[in-house]
Design a protein around this ligand. Structure first.
Ligand code: SF4
Length: 332
């Protein structure tokens, strides 16, 4: 029965080249733990067939850290919690450029400027629009931006200003969202994602797994993501931060994380699926396994408020796996 299901999923995605139905995904999510390696192996085949062998490498920079008025319960940048992360003003141009140059040296193709804000005010918009062409022209990197909820006019200006990809995460399902955020709603996030699309920027829309959501809620999130059809989905795992309401949660187990990486790949066969925050504490020794379970992109170096591992370790891992570093925007 289990093997028959895996065969049927493979036939659908590899031979018929069609998307899985919601029922097929639900059945895959219920496979026993012993079948996770087989599920992961199928997800790897699907990734190679739909996306090719390249892995996209990206650096991110927190250009304005902390002091955010929102109350996302997982986030140490919220000013509503007593977290050790202290608010800092917008970095100056030289600091941003220095970080972008370091990212370019690693062979990366994307550089994302991230701001801890609900949405950009006019001064922030002007700074972003000033920085984007400087970084792009000085480093040759595609510049992505993450600056919260946008208006229609702001999305149009960012697209016109050369922002290649805009990040705005759904994080979790609509039904679970109010348990972890009360200062804005899920629909506001979806609306921004749609504006990004409307104005022709690539959409990067991430998730955060391990906040206490159920399997059904993860499937619900997958359905929303499939409707949005983002270019990229960063997969974050909760790294419980001191001072935040979710500090008491235990990180996901490595095998559960691999199962969900594989399921995200099966649900989103042509999307760039990026390893993002929390992978080190969640996957531990299984980090390489994620790259053969459907992941085809990495954030290297540090995250917004936590340290990642040495980028050279990730580049070595890609070499060991014989996975070429490349820009996926051009191939997908
Ligand atoms: S996740 Fe973003 S909007 Fe929420 S508190 Fe953190 S910085 Fe603010």
């Amino acid at each position: 029965m289990t093997r028959a299901l895996l065969t049927a999923l493979g036939d659908a995605l590899l031979d018929e080249r069609r998307q899985l139905t919601a029922d097929e995904l639900a059945a895959a999510s219920a496979l026993p733990d012993a079948e996770v390696p087989a599920l992961a192996s199928l997800a790897h085949e699907v990734r190679l067939a739909w996306c090719g062998p390249e892995v996209e490498v990206e650096g991110i920079l927190s250009a304005k850290t902390g002091g955010c008025p929102e109350d996302c319960h997982f986030c140490s940048q919220s000013s509503q919690f007593d977290s050790p992360v202290k608010a800092t003003p917008f970095l100056d141009t030289d600091e941003v450029l220095a970080a972008a140059r370091e990212t370019a040296k690693l062979g990366a193709s994307e550089f994302c400027i991230v701001l801890a804000v609900k949405g950009p005010d006019e001064r922030t918009m002007e700074r972003i629009l000033e920085l984007v062409p400087i970084v792009r022209d000085e480093t040759g990197l595609n510049v992505a931006v993450s600056a919260g909820i946008l208006t229609d006019d702001q999305a149009g200006r960012l697209a016109g200003g050369g922002v290649h990809r805009y990040n705005h995460n759904l994080e979790t399902s609509r039904s679970f969202f109010p348990k972890v955020v009360t200062t804005h709603d899920y629909q506001e996030r979806l609306d921004t994602c749609e504006l990004v699309r409307k104005h022709g920027m690539e959409l990067c829309c991430g998730v955060l797994l391990g906040m206490g959501e159920s399997v059904e809620q993860r499937l619900e999130l997958l359905a929303d993501l499939r409707a949005l059809d983002p270019d990229e989905v960063p997969v974050n795992f909760l790294n419980p931060r001191p001072g935040t309401p979710l500090m008491i949660r235990k990180p996901l187990g490595p095998l559960e994380a691999i199962r969900w990486i594989a399921l995200f790949r099966l649900a989103l066969p042509r999307t760039i699926l990026r390893y993002a925050g929390g992978r080190e504490i969640t996957l531990r020794e299984l980090q390489a396994a994620g790259l053969t379970s459907g992941i085809n992109a990495l954030i290297v170096g540090n995250y917004l408020t936590t340290l990642g591992r040495d980028p050279q370790e990730d580049l070595q891992l890609l070499q060991d796996l014989k996975m070429p570093v490349g820009s996926l925007s051009k191939v997908i």
